[in-house]
Design a protein around this ligand. Structure first.
Ligand code: AMP
Ligand code: MG
Length: 270
């Protein structure tokens, strides 16, 4: 696996992540046209393994996506999951908590969306918002959010122990590419619905978000729930990288089709 360039994106447990050391514009040695062909091949293989995972019905996969606005969480989901059997994929998006969500602990709504056996679950934002936006905007005091790294590690360990392969991708976009994409959202009528003025407030807090992401990545990348820092300035690099990371984990799981009934060899359907 050492030859698989996406494995170099993994955050080693216990490391002290400094995001300025990561190149958001990295191509990982790939070229655009061949990368697009490669993505199609990776997706065919994902389809085969997803089908086996679904038939096996014993284990699940959870892919967590976190990023600054406009880094491409939605685009990644659309790109890598199209072509899979929708019956076995669940995508959950986590926005500002409301209703019963605010009346419970922060993991309550998250646990409820954890993938069922046989499923690939994708989190578009997640419990990490509770140590990111909540910390940066001061929605909770430090005494509250600082304890959450331990909770999160234990929660993800529990999921892993109970049969869920957990993998987490931070889509790492540069401030300049974010500026262009937010501008595009304002200017393009098809994209304007995605823009909120609050996105500019978050953008102005960039250094605070970087610090919060660095702490989250450093403190919660574990052997059983690793983080990957994915270069996200180029969509085609981002999509292929996340697809390959997902494929790497599915290959390692070796999902197995259930044993067929005995006596089927040579049976002819009249
Ligand atoms: P979007 O993903 O663009 O639909 O935006 C969802 C918004 O919900 C983002 O601004 C998030 O920061 C916010 N959000 C998600 N989870 C939480 C949370 N636990 N507390 C506060 N805001 C949150
Ligand atoms: Mg948004």
């Amino acid at each position: 696996m050492a030859s698989n360039p996406v494995m170099a994106l993994r955050v080693a447990p216990g490391s002290n992540v400094k995001l300025h050391r990561f190149d958001t514009d990295d191509t990982l040695g790939w070229h655009k046209e061949s990368a697009k062909r490669e993505l199609e091949k990776v997706k065919l293989r994902l389809d085969v393994l997803q089908q086996r995972l679904f038939a096996e019905e014993r284990r699940s996969v959870l892919l967590v996506l976190q990023a600054m606005d406009a880094a491409g969480k939605d685009g990644t989901i659309r790109s890598i999951l199209s072509g899979l059997n929708p019956a076995g994929v669940t995508v959950s998006s986590f926005g500002v908590p409301g209703g019963p969500e605010v009346e419970h602990d922060y993991l309550w709504r998250v646990h409820a969306q954890a993938p069922a056996k046989g499923h690939i679950g994708v989190f578009n934002r997640s419990h990490y918002e509770d140590v990111l936006v909540v910390r940066v905007k001061g929605f909770q005091p430090k005494a509250v959010w600082s304890k959450r790294y331990d909770h999160i590690r234990s929660f993800e360990q529990m999921l892993s122990d109970e049969g869920t392969t957990v993998l987490k991708c931070f889509l790492n976009v540069s401030p300049d590419v974010q500026r262009k994409r937010l501008q595009e959202r304002i200017d393009d009528p098809e994209k304007r619905w995605k823009f909120r003025q609050g996105d500019l407030e978050d953008r102005a807090l960039w250094p605070q978000y970087v610090a919060a992401f660095e702490d989250a990545l450093s403190r919660t990348s574990t052997a059983s729930a690793p983080w990957y820092v994915v270069p996200a300035d180029r969509n085609w690099v981002r999509n292929l990288a996340v697809a390959k990371i997902l494929l790497h984990h599915l290959e390692r799981m070796k999902p197995r089709l259930p044993d067929p009934e005995d006596g089927l060899d040579g049976l002819i359907v009249e």
